[in-house]
Design a binder for this molecule. Sequence first.
Ligand SMILES: Cc1cc2nc3c(=O)[nH]c(=O)nc-3n(C[C@H](O)[C@H](O)[C@H](O)COP(=O)(O)OP(=O)(O)OC[C@H]3O[C@@H](n4cnc5c(N)ncnc54)[C@H](O)[C@@H]3O)c2cc1C
Length: 479
Amino acid sequence: MTEIVKKKQYLKIKKETPRKREANKRKVDFQPTYYLFSKDEADTQSLRCIKCPIDLIKGMESEFSFCRTGCPLENKIPIWIEHVRNGDIKSAFEASNEISPFPEILGMVCPHDVLCQGGCTIAKTESGSVTIGAIEVYLNEQAFKMGLKPDYGEKREKVSKRVAIIGSGPAGMSCATFLLRAGIEVDMFEKSDRPGGLLTYGIPNFKIKKDVILRRFAWMQEAGMNLHLNTDIKDSAQIKAMLDEYDTVFVGLGAPSSRGARMENEHSHGVYHVMDILKHAQKRVFEDFYESILEDKNVIVIGGGDSAMDAVRTAVRMKAKSVRCAYRRDQKNMPGSQKEVVNAKEEGVIFEFYTAPKKVIIDKGRHVQGLLCQKTKLGDPDDSGRRRLEIIEGSDFELECDVLILALGFDNVEFPWYDDAEINTAKWGDIIVDEEKRTSNKRIFAGGDAVRGADLAVTAAADGRRAALAMLKDFGLTL
Ligand SMILES: Cc1cc2nc3c(=O)[nH]c(=O)nc-3n(C[C@H](O)[C@H](O)[C@H](O)COP(=O)(O)OP(=O)(O)OC[C@H]3O[C@@H](n4cnc5c(N)ncnc54)[C@H](O)[C@@H]3O)c2cc1C
């Protein structure tokens, strides 16, 4: 501890976050919002880490929080930050990739403030947490520039075990990473035309560049992974054939069902679910021809989470005439990241708080004309401590729009083949797994949103890793 006390660099060095592109420049393209840290910025910011001796104080996690315990992967953050500080990018890269299957991606998309940076010891001081995510992206991109590549088991002797992975989102990617590293043969089946799940077709390019995702798949394929795109695993015969052919199967299908608003005229021309818009926008990144379905439209997005923020910011870039976000509570109570709300405001999005949708207003041809809304207020707290939402009677008012986007969350879908594969599910179709991510069928593992319901890329990655380690244990292998 004396070393920590001696080095109070965080008191002398101000916390810096990555610089942003100006709003009027970034809102006309889909390029990243933030610049990466420069060498100088990363070196200086890494000095702020006080190197909490996490291994010495193991067991005290319930009393104290740390970056490592705040991370669902339990990434060895202080170790690779120290290597950055010492200018040893190679060691930093190896340490950062040891536990995280794709640190340069998670460094961009994780909600760090509530995970590693939320746990950072100096987050509780006025000077604020170490900017862990930005340092992580910097060191990995720097390593790639130096020609370093992640370990996908190329140097490891191949073993005669085969695993099928269904779904190429972060859960499947992570599982594949650790299996390949152990020399296992991996076949990945993906129903879409490109791999990456929501990293590719959900989260916008201005938050994570698509070539960063596809670069990982290129490496995995180089290492021998067979990627079967446009392959929908949808019936019992397919899963039975898989169980005959492979030693184990990993299921990482995501939570694909967008929630509706259960309001009158919801099924009309001009009403979209958030994924319809985001997928359409993401395709633009890959394809030459692109026609925006939102150009010159007055758009309202209903919802207050991260996907609502992605939708409003995407609508701006799709040249909508105006973009509003209708949310039932106030800004403070929005479930998504406040950083994204600020970004959206800077880009010209108008927020209608305390606004609950009541009915879609349509013309004779069922085309959207507007949204009938009601004003709300916050009442007494419920059992969870969250203040109840109350509708103010007689407060009806109309907002005009041509397009309405529903961003109200996602649910799981219980696929018919789960029964035949003897996979048990909970009430909402979430697959039930044990601590090792094993389903009720001992040869089938599952993870990510298919198990948790809509959650995060990093929790999906943690599940994929956990399942891979359990499979290795079954096979009598280690990493
Ligand atoms: C708009 C949006 C923004 C988000 N932003 C963030 C963020 O900023 N940070 C963050 O951490 N998380 C974010 N998330 C959440 C995060 O993307 C998910 O939690 C994560 O992708 C879940 O990973 P997964 O592998 O379980 O599923 P998914 O990423 O959904 O991948 C599942 C894959 O399985 C495939 N599949 C499904 N069924 C079949 C089948 N029958 N046969 C073959 N393949 C199939 C799908 O096509 C898909 O590619 C966001 C989510 C959304 C919707």
